[in-house]
Structure formats: structure tokens, C-alpha cells
Design a protein around this ligand. Structure first.
Ligand code: AMP
Length: 265
């Protein structure tokens, strides 16, 4: 497996694969890979000839006072995880390589980026959309795999790829959970043992909400209120054509966690 840190070398590698008639799968991540990320890489490796995972902690998507400096990093471990899951390439650029000067261009997706994460983290989705647009421009035609764990992010990226006509097929993948229901996240490493126990309330709240869809927000809020270590940010229900999607965000100590659950109609 190749580890590449330069944009031009990464672009060349994927161009060469396509020139040979091979399909490309892209899995963008911020690293500190866990089984959730690995599931995306495996899915891509099953469906595409060449899978490229990217590892980049994107400063544009962190607000002031968020955990950019503390965000966990382990490139060596990530390379091993990506390779075991079937990646052929890991692209891990430095910040200087991605943003060599002032960032004067930014992608804003209106509508779907408002409320929930967009409400709590102003500018976050502009940072996400900008870096993903850049990765799509570098990687070229491909399938790109994103987790439903970041459900609103998936909607923002689908809309961005469609509106800007990127030659990319967006593939959404199911949430991978710990055995006790906690959604896997690189940020779970921040949790103390007590917080780790309390954090399971997010999934429990979603399951409780799913049993009472008409009062789901209140049911989820009540479940979270019973855990003194957990502070609710939002608990919402979004209706789509085929399902209700319950979404929750909460702070456990200084760690902000999100989760969601779909209920078919
Ligand atoms: P991140 O490194 O947190 O930016 O995540 C990179 C990609 O992995 C995103 O598309 C996430 O939605 C996805 N992802 C993160 N955690 C999980 C999980 N527990 N299950 C499925 N996908 C995940």
C-alpha cells in the first residue's frame, strides 16, 4: 500500500488507475481510524478496484475553542488499519499542502447545512464542504464513501456533489457501534471511564424516541436528562420520504458526541 502526502502524486496515482480501466473509491477521514472507518474502506474495496483513504484533520471545519489541537492522531496505526481493510493508497497531506496560503475560497451549502450541527457549530459545514470539494477535485471521478454517523454531513455532501456536478457517486454507509450501542467515534478516546458509561445514553435515547415518534424529541431529552454527566445539545426528528431520522447531540464532560437512528415508514 502506498502512503502519499503530495496532491500531485495522489492525483497522478488515481489518474493512472482510471487510465488502466480501474474504478476508484475514495474514503475521506480525519484519521485515528476505528472499525467505523474500516467498514467504509472495506465497502469501497468490495465495490471499487482501487480504494484511497484520506487522513487529514481539516482545520477549516473546527471552530474557535473546539478540539483541533487535541484531535487524536496516529498515522502509523491508520496506515495499518487502512491496509488491513483493503485500501491501496492512503493520502495524508500536511495542512501546508492542502492550504498553502490564505483560504479565500469556501463552499457553502445552504438549507441542509442549517440547524442541528450547523446551528451548534457555525462554519463547520463550510469547512467540510470546502475540503471535500477539494478532495473530489484532486481525486477525480470516483465513488466516495461517507458514514451515516454524520447524517447531516452526508446530506450536505450529497447536495454539494449534485449542485457542483462532481463526477462522484456518494455512497452512505451504516453506523458501526460498540457492543453497548455507543456509536464509534475518534472522539470516544477523550471519555473517562465514567463518561464512557454515561455516553451510552445517546443510543438509549434514540431507541426510546423511536418507540414514540410523535413525542420523540421530548422522550430523547428526558432520557438524556436522567444522566447527570451528559448535557443535551439537541434532539430532533427529521422526516424524509422513506423514514423518520432521529438525531441527537450532547456534551459528555468536554466531549461533544452525535448519533442518529432511522425509523422506516
Ligand atoms: P471522521 O474521521 O470522523 O471525519 O469520519 C470519516 C468518515 O467515517 C465519515 O464519513 C464518518 O461519517 C465515518 N464514520 C465515523 N464514525 C463512523 C461510525 N461509527 N460508523 C460509520 N461511519 C463512521
Amino acid at each position: 500500500m502506498q502512503v502519499i502526502d503530495r496532491i500531485e502524486a495522489f492525483r497522478k496515482e488515481l489518474d493512472a488507475a482510471r487510465a488502466d480501466g480501474r474504478t476508484v473509491g475514495l474514503v475521506p477521514t480525519m484519521g485515528y481510524l476505528h472499525e467505523g472507518h474500516a467498514s467504509l474502506i472495506r465497502r469501497s474495496a468490495n465495490e471499487c478496484d482501487v480504494t484511497a483513504a484520506t487522513v487529514f484533520v481539516n482545520p477549516l471545519q473546527f471552530g474557535p475553542g473546539e478540539d483541533l489541537a487535541a484531535y487524536p492522531r496516529d498515522l502509523e496505526g491508520d496506515v495499518a488499519t487502512a491496509e488491513a481493510a483493503g485500501a491501496a493508497v492512503v493520502f495524508a497531506p500536511a495542512v501546508q499542502e492542502m492550504y498553502p496560503g490564505d483560504v479565500l475560497t469556501s463552499v457553502h451549502v445552504a438549507g441542509v447545512s442549517e440547524g442541528m450541527e450547523g446551528g451548534s457549530r457555525p462554519g463547520h459545514f463550510d469547512g467540510v464542504a470546502t475540503v471535500v470539494a477539494k478532495l473530489f477535485a484532486i481525486a477525480g471521478p470516483c465513488r466516495a464513501y461517507f458514514g451515516e454517523k454524520d447524517f447531516q454531513q452526508l446530506a450536505v455532501i450529497r447536495r454539494m456533489a449534485s449542485d457542483l456536478s462532481f463526477p462522484v457517486e456518494i455512497v452512505g454507509c451504516p453506523i458501526v457501534r460498540e457492543p453497548d450501542g455507543l456509536a464509534m467515534s475518534s472522539r470516544n478516546v477523550y471519555l473517562s471511564p465514567e463518561e464512557r458509561g454515561a455516553a451510552t445514553v445517546l443510543h438509549r435515547a434514540l431507541e426510546a424516541g423511536a418507540t414514540d415518534l410523535h413525542h420523540a424529541s421530548a422522550v430523547m431529552a428526558a432520557a438524556v436528562a436522567a444522566e447527570s454527566l451528559v448535557h443535551l445539545d439537541y434532539a430532533e426528528v427529521v422526516e424524509t420520504e422513506h423514514e423518520y431520522r432521529l438525531l441527537i447531540a450532547a456534551r459528555v464532560g468536554t466531549t461533544r458526541l452525535i448519533d442518529n437512528l432511522g425509523v422506516s415508514k
